[in-house]
Design a protein around this ligand. Structure first.
Ligand code: PEP
Ligand code: MG
Length: 883
């Protein structure tokens, strides 16, 4: 088996298509090498080896050693150096590289091959002792941390103590002699912690590092990250060993990260950061604040440090040339890592860059306009769920801003919340129902759970490519990073800025679009959508087959839905209207009535209110289909539950409290979602359905007159299990249509249909379709009834179910295709057999879930219906499903 693939000098054994075997980093290093770009030579040990390693009790195949030696020779020939040679040593970096990028999750070792002898050779070769000893101390710290498991802070403490004694404030104040003086203490520390000296033998160092990278695949951070991102453990990671190039060789050397387009806004410009006289980890760690790459960005940021464009024009021009090549080649925005060694640019990585939803939209639309991709490809380039980010609120420009500090605009959107200083507190507060802003000096992969729980993230250190910034963008959370004016004191749980001290629990607001940190709660505005949004949605609409409707009942929701492009209402839950204003009084009167006459009297009060609601809905949706569902929930939901509420209601209704108590007790159910609800209400109390039908028809007549648009209401009967049930209710609806026609002289076109939300209804869909003109799959109830999991208390055990892999996803979020899905397919098939043109839709929560939308497309549904804010997501997902 070939376990090792080399690259360098304009050729490679691998290429970009081999990500599964070589990992993302390895495949792209090979590809860049094939493209003739300046890539330090090296080799990739495959992900298959990682799998082998874990399958064989952490052991390697015999032939690996010779393959690695051969690859080292190859690299040595290209660099003119020899690994372990005392005179002319080859030094290497060792990095992980999985199939899917897992930023900061696994370990890296730089400057490997240094020891007490080779460090001298490095100094001689570079003519720079300081550089050589700086590299050596970096190597000892990194290797000790990553491979030997000695915590980083031990080394920091030695360094800080030394600097204090010397009166230095920066690492750059350290001279060659200073680094030399530090080294024995570092080595003594290692020996004390480990009981044996720091390994001097380069070969032992290399195998230690390779083992550590493979080992890091199973560290807690990586496991947690895979869990969150659905990456299987079986994929494994590759290991990339590459000749070192040095960004820390003085003022003509540097290291940096650049994007071919702005990952925050999507603007087509070279964008990024670099640090002079530094190595890669300095940029990511946020120890020093990086400099801008372009002069334009420097001017915009107001930085007094020179841009790369000015400081290193040759390397800059080379970067510009390469980024053009890479973007054309990959046909997507690239995220590149580079190092400049004494003026020469080297590429260390390229990959499709992570981006905000806003940037994803702009980049997709612009790449299509530039002819690099087709419109259909552009539609596939934006993840539907990511559109959520665009729908985040922003700060009202008119609101007063009490600015505490300004950091970097790391991830867009604004958020307010109480200050917490660690991730566990963030998680606890979230569980208790509080909104928090996670405030950290910097974040690390250990903070993922806190970042998830927080509304937004604020750090006082680190740039746009720091951990906090990258992760927050991926999560779609607002983030301000590197707000250096703020001092965080974890011990006292306070932050201090501009003479003000704020404690844990005090409210702040962050604006991730401009980097501001504001005192208190600030007024927010609903998001506005960009031109690119409309363009891409237009392209999506051209390719999708399914219609997208919204679940809405209030005028505001209906308007929002239309703004987002809803093509009708797929579910108007009339019960939501029963809670509006003082209607609940009439509803309760109806419930407490002893006989039909009493109920009719109460219902007659509700009639004009419902009519008005429907008329408004019809006029907002002018001409578009509106599906109105008859009353569904069990009646006890409208009654007070606690004794206090009961007293209050009895008093305000002037009704005897005993009677109220008695009735509430009578209606009480253990599992109300399977009880006296849905069409069962209409069977027992047909007058309720009659009132609602009258309200709908009268509103349709009215709306038809005022808007001039004929409305075709779709009246939907919930929770049907048999055809006779539906027939009984339908009869009343038809009779009411006739009555309203006789009274108004207007014949109304309408449809009567049913929800399919019980397994029996799905099975008997063939005969139900004789009466139903449409089916709307109520997959919330269909999921609970098919799986036998109550909608209301599933949360307590679904967590372990998905974690243990017993269910692939929460079935209330993503449709259970095998079970619930089979019932849906069956109902579609049987319904169509009876009535070829039966209209088919879905209105459960799954109607807004991209994976479920794919299922709906393949099942041949006519439309999906979801909450207004998810309409854009559904439009895009429906388009992707159709492609
Ligand atoms: C459903 O059951 O899927 C549905 C849409 O109805 P509700 O959520 O109101 O029960
Ligand atoms: Mg339902």
């Amino acid at each position: 088996t070939q376990w090792v693939y080399t690259f360098g000098d304009g050729r490679a054994e691998g290429q970009a298509g081999m990500k599964n075997l070589l990992g993302g980093k390895g495949a792209n290093l090979a590809e860049m090498s094939n493209l003739g770009l300046p890539v330090p030579p090296g080799f990739t040990i495959t992900t298959e080896l990682c799998t082998y390693y874990y399958d064989h009790g952490r052991a390697y195949p015999e032939e690996l050693k010779t393959q690695v030696e051969k690859a080292l020779d190859f690299v040595g020939k290209l660099t003119g150096r020899t690994f372990g040679d005392p005179e002319n040593p080859l030094l290497v970096s060792v990095r992980s590289g999985a199939r899917a990028s897992m930023p900061g999750m696994m370990d890296t070792v730089l400057n490997l091959g240094l020891n007490d002898v080779t460090v001298e050779a490095l100094a001689r070769g570079a003519g720079d002792e300081r550089f050589a000893y700086d590299s050596y101390r970096r190597f000892i710290t990194m290797y000790s941390n990553v491979v030997l498991g000695i915590e980083h802070h031990h080394f920091e403490e030695i360094l800080d103590e030394y600097k204090d004694r010397k009166g230095y404030s920066l690492d750059t104040d350290m001279t060659a002699q200073d680094w030399k003086a530090i080294l024995p203490r570092y080595k003594a520390l290692v020996e004390k912690e480990l009981g044996k000296p720091f390994p001097q033998e380069p070969e032992a160092q290399l195998w230690g590092a390779i083992g550590a990278v493979f080992g890091s695949w199973m560290n807690n951070r990586a496991i947690k990250y895979r869990e969150l991102h659905g990456i299987p453990a079986s994929w494994g990671t590759a290991v990339n060993v590459q000749a070192m190039v040095f960004g820390n060789m003085g003022e003509t050397s540097a290291t940096g990260v650049a994007f071919t387009r702005n990952p925050s806004t999507g603007e087509s410009e070279l964008y990024g950061e670099f640090l002079i006289n530094a190595q890669g980890e300095d940029v990511v760690a946020g120890i020093r604040t990086p400099q801008d790459i372009t002069e334009k960005a420097r001017v915009a940021s107001g930085s007094d440090k020179p841009s790369m464009e000015r400081a290193m024009p040759d390397a800059y021009n080379e970067l510009v040339r390469i980024y053009g090549i890479l973007e054309k080649h990959y046909r997507d925005m690239q995220d590149m890592e580079f190092t400049v060694e004494t003026g020469k640019l080297w590429m260390l990585q390229t990959r499709n860059g992570k981006r905000t939803a806003k940037a994803a939209l702009r980049i997709a639309v612009e790449l299509a306009s530039e002819g690099l991709i087709t419109q259909e490809e552009a539609v596939t380039r934006v993840e539907p769920a990511a559109l959520d980010q665009l729908l985040h609120p922003t700060i009202d420009p008119k609101a007063e801003r009490k600015i505490l500090a300004t950091g970097l605009p790391a991830s867009p959107g604004a958020a307010s919340g109480a200050i917490v200083f660690n991730s566990d507190d963030a998680e606890a507060a979230k569980k208790a129902g509080h909104k928090v802003i996670l405030v950290r000096v910097e974040t690390s992969p250990e903070d993922i759970h806190g970042m998830h729980a927080a509304e937004g993230i604020l750090t006082t250190r680190g740039g746009m490519t720091s951990h906090a910034a990258v992760v927050a963008r991926g999560m779609g959370k607002p983030c301000v990073s590197g707000a250096g004016q703020i001092r965080v004191d974890y011990a006292t749980q306070t932050l201090t800025v501009a003479g003000q001290t704020l404690r844990k629990g005090e409210i702040i607001t962050i604006d991730g679009s401009n980097g501001q940190v504001l005192l208190g709660q600030v007024k927010m505005l609903e998001p506005e959508l960009s031109g690119e949004f409309a363009t891409l949605m237009g392209w999506a609409d051209k390719v999708r087959r399914m219609k997208v409707r919204a679940n809405a009942e209030t005028p505001l929701d209906a308007k929002t839905a239309r703004n987002f492009g809803a093509e009708g209402i797929g579910l108007c839950r009339t019960e939501h209207m029963f809670f509006e204003g003082d209607r609940i009084v009439a509803v309760r009167e109806m419930i407490l009535s002893d006989d039909e006459a009493g109920r009719r009297a109460a219902l007659s009060k509700l009639l004009p209110m419902q009519r008005k609601d429907f008329a408004e809905l019809f006029s907002i949706m002018s001409g578009l289909p509106v599906t109105i569902r008859l009353l569904d929930p069990p009646l006890h939901e409208f009654l007070p539950h606690s004794e206090e509420e009961m007293q209050e209601v009895a008093k305000s209704m002037n009704a005897p409290i005993d009677k109220l108590r008695h009735r509430a007790r009578e209606l009480h159910e253990f599992n109300p979602m399977l009880g006296f609800r849905g069409c069962r209400l209409a069977v027992a109390y047909p007058e309720i359905a009659e009132m609602q039908a009258r309200a709908i028809f009268e509103a349709a007549v009215e709306a038809g007159k005022t808007t001039g648009q004929p409305v075709v209401p779709e009246i939907m009967v919930p929770l049907v299990m048999t055809k006779p049930e539906l027939d009984l209710v339908k009869e009343r609806i038809v009779a009411m249509a006739e009555a309203v026609k006789a009274e108004s002289g207007v014949a109304i076109e309408y449809q009567v249909g049913t929800m399919i939300e019980l397994p029996r209804a799905a099975l008997r869909a063939g005969e139900i379709a004789e009466s139903a003109e449409f089916f709307s799959f109520g997959t919330n109830d269909l999921t609970q009834t098919t799986l036998g999991i109550s909608r209301d208390d599933a949360a307590s055990f679904l967590g372990p179910y998905t974690q243990k892999g017993l269910l692939p996803a929460d079935p209330f979020v993503t449709i259970d295709q095998e079970g619930v899905g089979e019932l849906v397919k069956l109902a579609v098939e049987r319904g169509k057999k009876t009535r070829a043109d039966i209209k088919l839709g879905i209105c459960g929560e799954h109607g807004g879930d991209p994976a479920s939308i794919h299922f709906c497309e393949s099942t041949g549904l006519d439309y999906v219906s979801c909450s207004p804010y998810r309409v854009p997501i559904a439009r895009l997902a429906a388009a992707q499903a159709a492609l």
